[in-house]
Design a protein around this ligand. Structure first.
Ligand code: NDP
Ligand code: GDR
Length: 372
């Protein structure tokens, strides 16, 4: 059998990187679409990228953008993919309130462009399509745990754009008999997670605070509850969804939910720092109770977490908890990581990352904090 060809949009993102690794390990030829940027943006996939002059070209990058249909048509025509994983998106919920029109274009109409390209190129029988749908579709809580049949109530321009993408995927499946599926994935994280999503923001800050490279972590809504899994497990589910005989939509989740506040406690506990929270709402703060690791000594009573209302969202999604019964039963999918193992891996990776920064600082260099 000839090797399968996959095309991945969003290849430079967290999930794109893990999925590329997975597909390459399964013998696929993997093509990715990356955006032109003024600085290198391939950090997450540099370990699998070969010099284009090398013989072995199982991993190929194409310049492109989900806002450019002619570009998508050309790439899909050239690649003739067996599977397309549409992971590209402006994926930050808070930022989508600042860039709603762009978000609708990339995340909503971008999906339509992919589906139309496949249809126009007469690839509907050959090419299977995975659409990166999201638990943000559930938005304002209608029922918990959220399953494939729970009604949607999106609460951000991002979620509304993804709602269009969800339904246009269903519509093309029904109208043109395409193998097009939605994976409704709940939050999934990893050491490769973007620095401004809450988990990575926390694990980076915990590492820096423990090493005295930063004093305090400012957060928004500490009460929000999320069903957090590991991206490595979730890309397995994406792959499995496209290997089924029948195209269907699946919820991918752990079934366990945790507050942002508890994630903070767990992350500090990884560096031996016990944190307790006092106060409520905008006045809530986290204080050091004690430190049990000699290498990370902070004073008891030090204020290490503070709420800053600038991180609140105009409309918030308070509670997400997924029901993965269908994916457990039909895909045979079960996550290998639990929250504790996820937090451990993320904190350890950030501690390692900032050990280098600490070395520089200790030798007299000043490094600016560029992330919030
Ligand atoms: P990331 O933000 O890490 O990656 C997004 C990717 O999309 C990046 O490669 C980015 O490129 C690319 N991209 C952004 N805009 C465009 C555009 N206009 N045209 C082409 N590519 C673009 O997201 P994740 O990897 O975490 O998520 C992958 C997908 O899954 C996204 O669609 C996200 O919305 C969705 N999702 C994610 C969940 C999660 O918890 N991680 C849960 C449910 C759904 P660049 O690197 O240049 O910015
Ligand atoms: P989310 O992830 O919005 O669920 O979308 P994010 O990590 O940004 O927020 C999770 C929750 O934490 C609260 N929060 C903060 N969030 C951020 N980013 N920064 C803060 O300082 C902060 N303080 C509290 C948020 O209000 C929210 O309730 C992610 C993205 O990957 C989407 O693309 C994806 O579709 C969903 O997960 C499922």
């Amino acid at each position: 059998m000839s090797k399968k060809i996959a095309l991945v949009t969003g290849i430079t993102g967290q999930d794109g990187a893990y999925l590329a690794d997975l597909l390459l390990s399964k013998g696929y030829e993997v093509h990715g679409i990356k955006r032109r940027s003024s600085l290198f943006n391939t950090d997450r996939i540099d370990h699998i990228y070969h010099d284009p002059h090398d013989e072995d070209q199982r991993f190929v990058l194409h310049y492109g953008d989900l806002s450019d249909s002619t570009n998508l048509i050309r790439i899909i025509q050239q690649v003739q993919p067996d599977e397309i994983y549409n992971l590209g998106a402006m994926s930050h919920v808070k930022v989508s309130f600042d860039t709603p029109e762009y978000t609708a274009n990339a995340d909503g109409i971008g999906t339509l462009r992919i589906l139309e390209a496949v249809r126009l190129l007469n690839l509907t029988k050959k090419t299977k399509i995975y659409q990166a749908s999201t638990s943000e579709l559930y938005g304002l809580v209608q029922a918990v745990p959220q399953s494939e049949t729970t009604p949607f109530y999106p609460r951000s321009p991002y979620a509304v754009a993804k709602l269009y993408a969800y339904w246009i995927t269903v519509n093309y499946r029904e109208a043109y008999n395409m193998f097009a599926c939605n994976g409704i994935l709940f939050n999934h994280e990893s050491p490769l997670r973007g620095e401004t999503f809450v988990t990575r923001k926390i694990t980076r800050a915990v590492a820096k605070i423990a090493m005295k490279l930063q004093d305090k972590l400012y957060l928004g809504n500490l009460d929000a509850q999320r069903d957090w899994g590991h991206a490595k497990d979730y890309v397995e589910a994406m792959y499995l969804i496209l290997q089924q005989d029948i195209a269907e939509d699946f919820v991918i989740a752990t079934g366990v939910t945790t507050t942002v506040r508890e994630f903070v406690r767990l992350a500090f506990a990884e560096v031996g720092i016990e944190v307790e929270f006092k106060g409520t709402g905008e006045n809530e703060k986290g204080y050091v109770v004690k430190c049990s690791k000699p290498e990370f000594q902070l004073q008891a009573g030090a204020e290490v977490v503070s709420v800053d209302s600038k991180y609140f969202r105009p409309t918030e999604v308070e509670l997400l908890i997924g029901d993965p019964t269908k994916s457990n039963e039909k895909l045979g999918w079960k996550p290998k990581y639990d929250l504790q193992a996820l937090v451990k891996e993320m904190v350890a990776a950030d501690v390692e990352l900032f050990q280098r920064e600490k070395l520089l600082k200790d030798s007299g260099y000043q490094i600016k904090n560029q992330f919030e």
